[in-house]
Design a protein around this ligand. Structure first.
Ligand code: PGA
Length: 256
C-alpha cells in the first residue's frame, strides 16, 4: 500500500514570519498527521525557519526547485546539498510554472532529478498538459514525453523513491479541477507508463499525486481514486484550516 503524500507548494508566498505563523496554525489543533506524509514547500528564504518550526512534528520540508550542479557560478540558484542543509527532505522539480515561465526543459528537469537523488532528496517530479494539448487529444503523448525525459537514465531502484505529480496546467490556480474520473484516468496511464519504464513492481510503489485547484471540498473525492496517492496543493495550502482539512481528507481516504 502506498502512503499518501499531502504536499503544500507555497510558491512565492510567505515571509519568514508569515511562514512561522502558518506552521503555528497547522500544529495548533492537534490533527494527527502520522498516517500521511505531510510536506510543505516554502520559498528558499523560509526553509530553515520552517524546518525549525516543524522539528517536533512529522511535517517535512521541500524546496521548490534546485540547480543540478554541486556549486558554481550560477547566480540566483541553489544546489541540492544547500537545500538539504537547510532542512529539506524533498524537492519539487519541473513545476509547470518553472516550465512555462522560466523555460525549463525536460533535459534540465532530468539533471535536477538526478542531482536531487544523488544528494538524498526525494524528488516530486511534476508533469501535466496544457488545455490546448488536452483539446488536441495529446494529453498522454505529452505526459509520456515528460516522464521519459525527466526520468532518463534513472534505474528501477531509484525510481521507486520518486514521486510524480500530475498537474494539468489548465487546473492550476484556475479553480478548475480535473474531475476525479479525469484524474484517475491520467494517473492510471502514468502508472502504466512507469510500469513499462521500470517494471510493474516499481510502478506499484511509486506515488502519483494530483495537483490543480485541490481544496477541502474536492480533496476526498480525488484522494479516494485508486491511483491518486496524494495531492500537491497550491492556493489552499496557504490557509492553515484548508490545508488541515485536506490532510484530514487524506487520512480518511487512507490507503495505509
Ligand atoms: P493550485 O496550485 O492548488 O493553486 O491550483 C497547485 C500547484 O501549482 O502545485
Amino acid at each position: 500500500m502506498r502512503k499518501l503524500v499531502i504536499a503544500g507548494n507555497w510558491k512565492m508566498y510567505n515571509t519568514i514570519s508569515q511562514a512561522q505563523d502558518l506552521i503555528g496554525g497547522l500544529l495548533k489543533n492537534g490533527t494527527d498527521m502520522r498516517k500521511v506524509d505531510v510536506v510543505v514547500a516554502p520559498p528558499f528564504t523560509a526553509l530553515r525557519a520552517v524546518y525549525d518550526a516543524t522539528a517536533q512534528s512529522t511535517i517535512q520540508v521541500a524546496a521548490q526547485n534546485l540547480h543540478w550542479a554541486e556549486s558554481g557560478a550560477f547566480t540566483g540558484e541553489i544546489s541540492a546539498m544547500m537545500a538539504k542543509e537547510a532542512g529539506c527532505k524533498w524537492v519539487i522539480i519541473g513545476h509547470s510554472e518553472r516550465r512555462q515561465l522560466f523555460g525549463e526543459t525536460d533535459d534540465q528537469i532530468n539533471k535536477k532529478t538526478v542531482a536531487a537523488m544523488a544528494a538524498g532528496l526525494k524528488p516530486i517530479l511534476c508533469v501535466g498538459e496544457t488545455l490546448q494539448e488536452r483539446e488536441a487529444g495529446r494529453t498522454f503523448e505529452v505526459l509520456f514525453r515528460q516522464l521519459e525525459g525527466g526520468l532518463l537514465g534513472v534505474g528501477s531502484d531509484a525510481a521507486a523513491k520518486i514521486t510524480i505529480a500530475y498537474e494539468p496546467v489548465w487546473a492550476i490556480g484556475t479553480g478548475k479541477t480535473a474531475t476525479h474520473e479525469q484524474a484517475q484516468e491520467a494517473h492510471a496511464k502514468i502508472r502504466e507508463k512507469l510500469s513499462l519504464m521500470f517494471g510493474a513492481q516499481t510502478a506499484d510503489k511509486m506515488r502519483i499525486l494530483y495537483g490543480g485547484s485541490v481544496k477541502p471540498s474536492n480533496a476526498l473525492e480525488l484522494l479516494s481514486c485508486p491511483d491518486v496517492d496524494g495531492a500537491l496543493v497550491g492556493g489552499a495550502s496557504l490557509k492553515a484550516q484548508d490545508f488541515l482539512d485536506i490532510i484530514e481528507a487524506g487520512v480518511k481516504a487512507g490507503k495505509v
